[in-house]
Design a protein around this ligand. Structure first.
Ligand code: SF4
Length: 347
C-alpha cells in the first residue's frame, strides 16, 4: 500500500489558498492548514467594529475555509517574531509598508519548521505567478523557496505547471498533470475553478489579506514611529491604527477620534491606558490622547473633540479630560470651527 503523503497549506482565508488546498485533497493528499496571526490581518476585525460593515460576514475566513475543506487548521500567533520582518525587511517594502517578500519567506520557513516537527512531507501555498508585484513574480518565487529553506518541498498547485517540477511532483506523490498553470492578475481562472469545485461564498478575491498593503494604514504606522521617535510597536498600537480618525495637531501628541458608536465602544476598552476626552454636554466621540500633551494642547484637543460631536455648532460645550491616574479635569470650550482644522493634522 502506498503511503499517504501529508502537506501543510498556508491558509490566508482567501480564494487562492482555498483552491490550492482543495487541489491537493482531490489528489488524495492529507492536508492540514496553518494560518499565521501577525496582528495586521484584515479578517473580520474592523467589520465587527463598524456599523457600516454590518453586511459583511463576521467570521474568521481562515477557519471558514478550513471548515469548507474539512481540514484541521492551526492558527499560530507570530506577532512578536513578525516585528523583525516588518522593521528590517531584507528585500524592502512594496508600494506601502508591506514587506511581502520577507513576509512570505518567513511564513514558509515557519511552515517548514512546523512540517518537520509534525512529520509532514511538503508545503503548499495559493501563490500564482505574476499575481502580486512583489512576492509572486517569476523571479521572486524561487527566492521564497530558497531563502525559506523549503526549496523543492514548496509546491504551488495553482501555477506549478509554469514552474520547475518540485519534489512531490518528481516523486509521484502528486500528479503534475492535474496541477494548474495559472499566471497573472486575471482572477477568472480561479473563479472558474471555484465554481467547478462548488465553492460560491468565498472571501472577495480582490480583498487584501493584510493592512500593511493599505496606504492609509501605512501612513498611520509611519506617523506612529515618527511621533515616538522609534520604530517599534505593541499589539495595542497596531489595533488602534485600524480604528477612528487619527489627528496629530503637534508632533508630541495625537488624537484618536471615534467615528461612530461601534468605534466608541472599541476605544472605550482603552480608557484606562490613555488620557481620554468625553464631551458631557452633548453626544460626541470618545477621543484617546496618545503622547505628551501640555495644558494648552489638551484644551485644543477638547475643542477638536467637540468639533466632531453634536455640539459642534454650540457656543460652548463641556469636556471632561480623564487622566490615567484617575484625575478628571472639566473644561468649557468652544468647538473648533472647521476652517481652523488644519489639513496637515490629518494622518
Ligand atoms: S500582504 Fe501582508 S500578509 Fe500578505 S505577503 Fe504581503 S505583508 Fe505578508
Amino acid at each position: 500500500m502506498t503511503q499517504q503523503r501529508k502537506a501543510v497549506a498556508l491558509i490566508s482565508g482567501g480564494l487562492d489558498s482555498l483552491l490550492a488546498a482543495k487541489v491537493m485533497l482531490e489528489q488524495g493528499i492529507h492536508v492540514e492548514g496553518i494560518n499565521f496571526f501577525t496582528g495586521f490581518c484584515v479578517e473580520g476585525h474592523t467589520h465587527a467594529i463598524r456599523k457600516q460593515d454590518k453586511a459583511k460576514p463576521k467570521r474568521n475566513n481562515a477557519l471558514w475555509v478550513a471548515e469548507q475543506l474539512g481540514i484541521k487548521l492551526h492558527i499560530i500567533d507570530i506577532v512578536d517574531e513578525y516585528k523583525d520582518v516588518l522593521l528590517n525587511p531584507k528585500h524592502g517594502y512594496g508600494a506601502n509598508m508591506n514587506p511581502c517578500l520577507d513576509c512570505k519567506i518567513f511564513m514558509v520557513h515557519k511552515a517548514l519548521e512546523w512540517a518537520e516537527a509534525h512529520g509532514f512531507d511538503f508545503i503548499i501555498t495559493g501563490e500564482v505567478v505574476g499575481q502580486r508585484p512583489m512576492s509572486q513574480r517569476k523571479d521572486t518565487m524561487p527566492v521564497v523557496a530558497r531563502e525559506s529553506g523549503a526549496a523543492d518541498r514548496l509546491l504551488r498547485p495553482l501555477c506549478a505547471r509554469n514552474l520547475s517540477p518540485t519534489l512531490p511532483e518528481r516523486e509521484g506523490w502528486v500528479d503534475r498533470e492535474r496541477l494548474y498553470g495559472f499566471s497573472g492578475r486575471n482572477r477568472k481562472p480561479q473563479m472558474a475553478l471555484a465554481k467547478e469545485f462548488g465553492f460560491e461564498d468565498y472571501a472577495s478575491p480582490a480583498g487584501g489579506c493584510c493592512f500593511l498593503t493599505d496606504e492609509a494604514y501605512s501612513r498611520k504606522l509611519v506617523d506612529l514611529w515618527q511621533g515616538r521617535g522609534a520604530r517599534e510597536y505593541e499589539m495595542d498600537d497596531i489595533m488602534l491604527l485600524k480604528v477612528g480618525r487619527h489627528i496629530r495637531p503637534a508632533p508630541h501628541y495625537k488624537l484618536i477620534v471615534s467615528r461612530e458608536e461601534g468605534e466608541n465602544n472599541f476605544l472605550a476598552g482603552y480608557r484606562k491606558l490613555y488620557t481620554h476626552i468625553i464631551i458631557t454636554s452633548h453626544p460626541g466621540p470618545l477621543v484617546l490622547v496618545d503622547g505628551e500633551p501640555g495644558d494648552a494642547d489638551l484644551e485644543l484637543a477638547a475643542r477638536i473633540a467637540a468639533r466632531y460631536g453634536k455640539g459642534r455648532t454650540a457656543e460652548k460645550v463641556t469636556a471632561e479630560i480623564h487622566f490615567t491616574n484617575g484625575e478628571v479635569r472639566t473644561l468649557e470650550v468652544a468647538p473648533l470651527p472647521p476652517y481652523e482644522v488644519k489639513e496637515e493634522w490629518m494622518i
